[in-house]
Ligand binder design. Structure first.
Ligand code: GLU
Length: 424
């Protein structure tokens, strides 16, 4: 990577995204001209977000919105509220969104946004003011035909509602299609909240089936019990799997007989009770040890950089299904491949969220709501056909599923650039 050119994006996730891209671009013999264009984001905006705190002080937060590629349509991607958000991380996540939307055949490019803030440390009023001011600052980039945000770590349907309202106030009329993951009453979609978890569950069942294993009684460990991890656990348990380990940022629980997911899910939904403080369900386990628990399927559903060369040799699973973005380093990928552990990559496994976001955007444009059963069926169809195409390519080219997924996504985007040509 020509690091000098991209110094402003330097971050472990960005280095990982570029290293993955380089490897896949090499495999498809990508033209050098496109190589340089796709390596860095198309557009990035850094903003200061000043807000008045409840005690009268003014605090200034840093916010970002990055659009990686606009060749296939408007850009799409979540907004993250997390203390460690920075330009490089947002740029990496935007690049992954480009490949993710291309693999799923959605008419979008990738984007991502974020604010470096701990949302749990803000009052509801402060969170609303932060969201509205951030939206006003990145307003020039946004639009239902330009760039459509969505939830990510630390943001909720309520945050999306404030974004929708702020944008709509600026233009003078309601624009539901400006953001996805909204509450139903203002143009949200049935099935959006659980969509990423549902997609991960669909892919997990299919991965086991392809490998002649059944979901019934399959043992599963899930790192992370936020929006994605919790629904993944609930839906996989409903399909007959035994969820033996779960965790949140503070720690986790292990029970070889299977955890009582419905009760734990209710505690979490109603009271946001930390997983590690629940008693009577299983043994306490640290997040580090959780990853190496014996199980068939390990699902990292938390943050990036979790499976690395330090712990990859100690994993005792047969499959890894990446629900988080960027949880595995390239060095760890190589170790897992050597060990015969099947890895289903993030840009395929966690695409369910953006797929149902796309359905929401289409429903908003049509002013027409789809039935929940149709949403689940269409999500399933897109996930499974993308999965099958990627499995077939990985067998044909004798490459990992990560490489097959990246090759598919990059090829789609490269075709779009080739057709459109270079302006002027
Ligand atoms: N933040 C989610 C992701 O990483 C969803 C993005 C969207 O729905 O636009 O895929």
């Amino acid at each position: 990577m020509t690091t000098e050119l991209f110094r402003e994006f330097d971050h472990p996730s960005f280095r990982l995204a570029v290293a993955q891209f380089d490897e896949a671009a090499h495999l498809i013999h990508l033209s050098p001209n496109l190589w340089e264009r796709l390596k860095a984001p198309h557009r990035s905006l850094c903003v200061s977000v000043p807000i008045r705190m409840d005690n009268g002080d003014v605090k200034v937060y840093r916010g970002y919105r990055v659009q990686h590629d606009i060749s296939r349509g408007p850009t799409k991607g979540g907004i993250r509220y997390h203390p460690e958000v920075c330009l490089g991380e947002v740029a990496a996540l935007a690049m992954w969104m480009t490949w993710k939307t291309a693999i799923a055949g959605l008419p979008y490019g990738g984007a991502k946004g974020g604010v470096a803030v701990n949302p749990a440390g803000l009052s509801s009023g402060e969170l609303e003011r932060l969201t509205r001011r951030y939206t006003a600052e990145v307003f020039p980039l946004l639009g239902p035909d330009k760039d459509i945000p969505a939830p990510d770590i630390g943001t909720t349907p309520q945050v999306m509602a404030w974004i929708m309202d702020t944008y709509s106030q600026q233009v003078g009329f309601s624009v539901p299609g400006i953001v996805t993951g909204k509450p139903l009453s203002i143009g949200g979609s049935l099935g959006r909240e659980e969509a990423t978890g549902r997609g991960v569950a669909d892919i997990t069942v299919e991965t086991l089936r392809q490998n002649e294993r059944s979901i019934t009684d399959a043992t599963i460990v899930i790192q992370g019990f936020g929006n994605v991890g919790s629904h993944t656990a609930r839906l996989l348990q409903q399909r007959g799997a035994r969820i033996v380990g779960i965790s949140d940022q503070h720690g986790g629980l292990y029970n070889s007989k299977g955890l009582d997911i419905p009760t734990i899910f209710d505690c979490w939904i109603q009271e946001r009770t930390p997983i590690s403080s629940l008693t009577g369900f299983g043994d306490q386990v640290s997040n580090e040890d959780l990853l190496t628990l014996p199980c068939q399927v390990l699902i990292p559903a938390a943050v990036a950089d979790q499976i690395t060369d330090r712990n990859a040799s100690n994993l005792s699973c047969q499959f890894v299904v990446e629900a988080a973005n960027g949880p595995t380093t390239l060095a760890a990928d190589a170790i897992l491949e050597d060990r015969g552990i099947v890895m289903v990559p993030d840009i395929l496994a966690n695409a369910g969220g953006v797929i149902v976001s796309y359905f929401e955007w289409v429903q908003d444009a049509q002013r027409f709501s789809w039935k929940e059963a149709d949403i689940h069926a269409r999500l399933h169809e897109i996930m499974i056909s993308a999965f099958q195409r990627i499995v077939a390519l990985s067998k044909e080219k004798k490459v990992s599923m990560r490489m097959a997924a990246l090759m598919t996504g990059i090829q789609e985007v490269a075709h779009a650039h080739q057709c459109r040509g270079l302006y002027p």
